[in-house]
Design a protein around this ligand. Structure first.
Ligand code: 0A1
Ligand code: ZN
Length: 881
């Protein structure tokens, strides 16, 4: 485990290295306890660098067996080797030479899952961000691009399959039942994109003909016997390849494209050149084992990793501060792909919900950082919602500002200018300035300044003069180490909606630039005056969520009700109803704290029924509208003095009120939505299931609700319906005979399917109330659970800490104590996973004082533990700062 050195890396310190590594040749002789790695590196001193400049290579916990230059072993005095650094002291007369390094690794003992490790007897690698240095000493930084040739040797019976990046370049037999394979990747790449896989795996094979007519062999490798479960992933891959050609003109560039699914993986997946490695959760699916949400995630992640081939691999990042250059852009691309494959409106709403649930709290808490950070202690902790999701929103805003066509021209220029290079955010912004002729310098603050901007907006209408005036004021709250903020360029899409629901025409405007339905806010205050507006319109703001901001708008409930029924922008229509629900939930919270019973307006519960039954709307959209804001969403909107129990109570009361007011209609619709067709994972079918399942959730609150849910569970013919019913039983009817039986049946049926058991853990970790912490503690001893597997840990511990407000934030602090203990246990094996878990307490300061003190104690108990990893120390100290 890499313990903390306290070193801080700063963007302004970036310097190119004195040396380059144009060619890398690696030989692996695989063995679980003693793998030999021979690296032959062609090293070049850059022009103008003195011959005396030392060559300093990164390592991480390495054992060095041999070091030679141009065929001659170095004498001990010629180099300095520690497990984490290799410095060649010997003066290097030649400006180009060959460095040979031999290291020995124990992949079977690598529980951090970085570098070369074993997952269910399969050798695999994870090198982003700095895992390559756990394999050999190297200039392990993304601006060192090298052409790799890789030779893998292993016993044939243990590892019949030997894969690496690029194209196959030879294979054959060796003595004593060993064999080898050689791979060559012609595209220069940084070390973080290196990958190797060796083992016994099953293959699903297919092929794809690119736009220029080249045939690419596709392979998805999975645990033997599970090949069929990769069918949906393969289909998603082919659709992704076609879409990237059509939407961005990007063609695949190697002869083969391979994906390998492994069971032990720190993240979702990894875009290694030509050899993507996936968490098996995002590959394996069929109707019996995967939910519609799983199918949608598989489609999105397969696409995301594939799209990295151009945005990340062909054009990579100069340094890790530029992470959003590949991640924000690639998320934007996968969002657009899913929007094209499914329903654009539904996809956009789901994206915004995710952004608000994950990125907004990050931006509003102690871990806030700019989309392009300026400093870090541990880069692994910057694979965040800000870099990914807000990074994607920033790209979306660029498209809004320059227009779709110019955006595409900018992307073409980006590929043309930077292909084969390691680029920066400045390079990216520049292409759009060049193609559009616009100055994006103020806009670029979105990359450099942390925090969620707020817009305060009020409107007045004068019937006499026919003027409709918007008063808009922007502010960006202070964030850690950025107390003063500069004014941002915020593209705010809007609509003036007339009483007939149609757009209200205006003659002219002044006070800001308004183009194509977008107000460009650049100053602190704008008075935007529209003339020729006879009647007061309803104001639809931030249409399509054009900017990732919060709004404080003085708007009458009447207007919100009107927009919730009539806004022509589907996102804003959803938003209007969601705002009404949020306002009602906040009022309920206050009533409960004041000792009152919460009450809800009949027109609100009635509108829920209207939306549910509106056949002009897609079922998936209706399902999203009916999903009440989550407890964490309400907490975020409240901002301080959070009492999760009162939030929970208010939310339950609203759900009951909606169910009570619409019981007949919901029940009829629920019956009508039964699907008798064969299962299909397509978006329309999934939407119908989503609507039916949310109706079940409401109906389960009415008399005989548990029996209905139990029937739904038993009659389910797919995992989406089965898991939805189990969730309703476990969460709404916890401890009931129906819930107990369903949980037991589910366990008996899927005991041997780890990914399905994750759902079982997840559901039980979500049960609201004070008893869950004990249940979760007991479940850590379940035979299907393992502290060493990231998926198991995230399902049980991660869900409990991040998605169970009343359970985790138990008033006596027991949830926090259990959490601190568990984070430290996980950390011993896997610091990265522990650090991510620990972010569950990032919003501790918004809790009411009693819980706040207990959360702080738990954080301190982690901070005070001995030998903390760099990963965990970084998170905990920033959280407490
Ligand atoms: N680049 C990957 C994410 C990723 C990052 C770090 C990892 O190491 C543990 C693994 C994956 C992506 O964006 O999909
Ligand atoms: Zn990515």
């Amino acid at each position: 485990m890499r313990t903390d050195t306290g070193q801080v890396f700063r963007l302004e310190d970036y310097r190119p290295n004195d040396y380059l590594i144009p060619q890398t040749s690696l030989t692996f002789r695989l063995s679980p306890e003693a793998t030999r790695v021979t690296a032959v590196l062609t090293i070049e001193r850059r022009d103008g660098v003195a011959a005396s400049a030392p060559l300093v290579l990164d390592g991480d916990g390495l054992t060095l067996l041999r070091v030679a230059i141009d065929g001659r072993d170095l004498a001990p005095a010629d180099f300095l080797a520690t497990p984490d650094l290799l410095t060649i002291v010997k003066p290097l007369a030649a400006s180009r030479f060959q460095l040979v390094l031999e290291t020995e690794l124990a992949p079977a003992r690598n529980e951090a899952l970085m570098g070369l490790y074993r997952s269910s007897n399969v050798y695999c690698t994870q090198c982003e961000a700095e895992g390559f240095r756990r394999i050999t000493y190297f200039l392990d930084r993304p601006d060192i691009l090298s052409v790799y040739t890789v030779r893998i040797e292993a016993p044939r019976h243990e590892a019949p399959l030997l894969l690496s990046n690029g194209n196959p370049a030879g294979s054959g037999d060796l003595d004593e039942g060993w064999h080898y394979a050689v791979w060559h990747d012609p595209f220069p790449k940084p070390s973080y994109l290196f990958a190797l896989v060796a083992g016994a795996l099953g293959k699903l094979a297919d092929s794809f003909t690119t736009m220029s007519g080249r045939e690419v062999e596709l392979g998805i490798y999975v645990e033997p016997g599970k090949e069929k479960l990769a069918g949906y992933a393969m289909d998603a891959l082919k659709r992704s390849m076609r879409w990237d050609e059509e939407a961005f003109g990007r063609e695949y560039d190697l002869d083969v494209f391979n994906i390998v699914a492994v069971s032990d993986f720190n993240m979702g997946a990894m875009e290694n050149k030509g050899l993507n490695i996936f968490n098996d959760k995002y590959v394996l699916a069929d109707e019996e084992t995967a939910t519609d949400a799983d199918f949608a995630n598989i489609e999105a992640i397969i696409a995301h990793e594939y799209f990295h081939n151009w945005t990340g691999n062909r054009i990579t990042c100069r340094d890790w501060f530029q992470l959003c250059l590949k991640e924000g852009l690639t998320v934007f691309r996968d969002h657009e792909f899913s929007a094209d494959q499914r329903s654009r409106a539904v996809k956009r709403i789901a994206e915004v919900r995710t952004l608000r649930a994950h990125q907004f709290p990050e931006d509003q808490g102690p871990l806030a950082h700019p989309v392009r950070p300026r400093r870090y202690r541990e880069i692994n902790n910057f694979y965040t919602a800000t870099v990914y999701e807000k990074g994607s929103e920033v790209v979306r805003m660029i498209r809004t500002i320059v227009g779709a066509e110019t955006f595409r021209a900018g992307m073409d220029l980006y590929f043309e200018r930077h292909d084969g290079h390691a680029a920066t955010i400045e390079d990216f912004i520049k292409v759009f300035e060049d193609v559009s002729g616009r100055d994006l310098s103020q806009f670029s603050l979105w990359y450099h300044q942390a925090g969620t901007p707020n817009l305060t907006i009020s409107s007045t209408h004068s019937p006499a003069s026919g003027e409709f005036t918007l008063e808009i004021e922007q502010s960006v709250p202070p964030t850690p180490s950025e107390s003063r903020k500069r004014l941002m360029h915020i593209p705010l899409a809007f609509g003036l909606v007339g009483v007939d629901g149609k757009p209200v025409a205006y003659r002219g405007f002044e006070g800001a630039s308004v183009e194509n339905g977008v107000i460009h806010i650049r100053k602190r205050r704008h008075m935007v005056r529209f003339s020729g507006v006879a009647e007061r319109p309803s104001l639809s703001l931030n249409r399509g969520f054009s900017a990732p901001v919060t709004l404080s708008v003085e708007q009458k409930a009447d207007d919100q009700f009107f927009l919730a029924g009539h806004d022509s922008d589907a996102f804003s229509r959803w938003q209007a109803f969601n705002t009404l629900l949020t306002d009602a939930l906040i009022a309920a919270f206050r009533q409960i704290l004041g000792g009152e019973q919460p009450g809800f307006a009949a027109r609100l519960t009635g509108l829920a029924g209207k939306i549910a039954g509106d056949e002009t709307l897609e079922p998936a959209y209706r399902a999203l509208a009916l999903a009440l804001p989550g407890e964490a969403d309400i907490a975020r909107d409240l901002g301080k003095n959070i009492d999760p129990d009162a939030i929970f109570e208010g939310r339950e009361a609203l759900a009951r009120a909606i169910a009570g007011a619409n019981r007949e209609m919901f029940s009829e619709l629920y019956d009508r939505l039964v699907d008798t067709d064969a299962f299909s994972p397509d978006a329309a079918s999934a939407g119908r299931r989503a609507l039916r399942n949310i109706l079940l959730d409401y109906l389960s609150l009415l008399p005989k609700g548990a029996a209905l849910a139990a029937w739904h569970f038993q009659s389910a013919t797919n995992m989406t319906d089965r898991a939805a019913a189990l969730t309703v039983l476990a969460l709404r009817h916890s401890g009931s005979p129906e819930a107990v039986k369903a949980l037991a049946d589910f366990e008996a049926k899927y005991a041997r399917d780890a990914l399905v058991m994750d759902k079982w853990f997840q559901i039980q970790a979500s049960v609201p109330g004070p008893r869950t912490v004990e249940a979760v503690r007991v479940l850590t001893g379940h035979p299907a659970f393992s502290m060493a597997n990231p998926n198991r840990v995230r399902s049980l511990i991660g869900t409990f800490a991040s998605a169970n407000q009343t359970g985790f934030h138990r008033a006596d602090g027991e949830g926090y104590r259990f959490f601190a203990e568990t984070v430290l246990q996980v950390e011993k094996r896997n610091p990265q996973v522990a650090a991510r878990l620990a972010t569950a307490l990032r919003s501790w300061r918004s809790l009411e004082p009693g819980r706040q003190a207990k959360a702080r104690e738990a954080l301190l108990s982690i901070a005070n533990a001995e030998n903390l990893s760099a990963d965990l120390r970084d998170i905990v100290e920033r959280t407490l700062a």
